[in-house]
Design a protein around this ligand. Structure first.
Ligand code: OFO
Length: 168
């Protein structure tokens, strides 16, 4: 028997699937950047793909630990092309804000249900969202500053190529 409510189980399960969708979105961004010769952007997005898989895994592990059932659902299609790196990162910020909202809603549910174990698990994600939004916002600011300048873009791309991969 699961230690969390059915409602919470369903909500967390939805979030697992949303994290997998996030992963797929970033992988698509990485592939598009590769196709356009933006190796640094492609690398950054590839690392983000792995981070998102890690988020999905973290939630799965929590659910399994609570004896809750994880059910994988179909991953719907993602966009495949962006006009500029700026539009790509702007889309990323819009998406991350949606994810932040989702974690806030999950946290509200945990509080309403007096489910403090899930509440504690969710706090890691709430903090992570603050960091993710701030990082993407910084990159958007830099790209904005560079405007259409190719040299500026070259430097930003190089900088993004230095993002550390947490898994290797
Ligand atoms: Fe991008 O933080 Fe998970 O979805």
């Amino acid at each position: 028997m699961t230690m969390i409510s059915k409602k919470m189980q369903e909500a967390l399960n939805m979030q697992v699937n949303d994290e997998l969708w996030s992963a797929y979105l970033y992988l698509s961004m990485s592939m598009d950047a590769e196709a356009k010769g933006l190796r640094g952007v492609a690398h950054w997005m590839y690392v983000q793909w792995q981070e998102e898989l890690g988020h999905a895994r973290r939630l799965q592990c929590y659910m399994i630990g609570q004896n809750a059932r994880v059910e994988l659902m179909p991953i719907t299609e993602v966009p495949t092309s962006w006009n500029t790196p700026l539009s790509m990162f702007k889309d990323s910020l819009v998406h991350e804000k949606e994810i932040t909202k989702a974690f806030n809603n999950l946290t509200t549910l945990a509080i309403d249900e007096g489910d403090y174990a899930t509440y504690n698990c969710l706090q890691w994600f709430v903090d992570e969202q603050v960091e993710e939004e701030a990082t993407v916002r910084d990159i958007i600011d830099q790209l904005d500053m560079a405007g259409g300048d190719n040299l500026g873009l070259y430097f930003i791309d190089h900088q993004l190529s230095e993002r550390k991969n947490p898994n290797c």
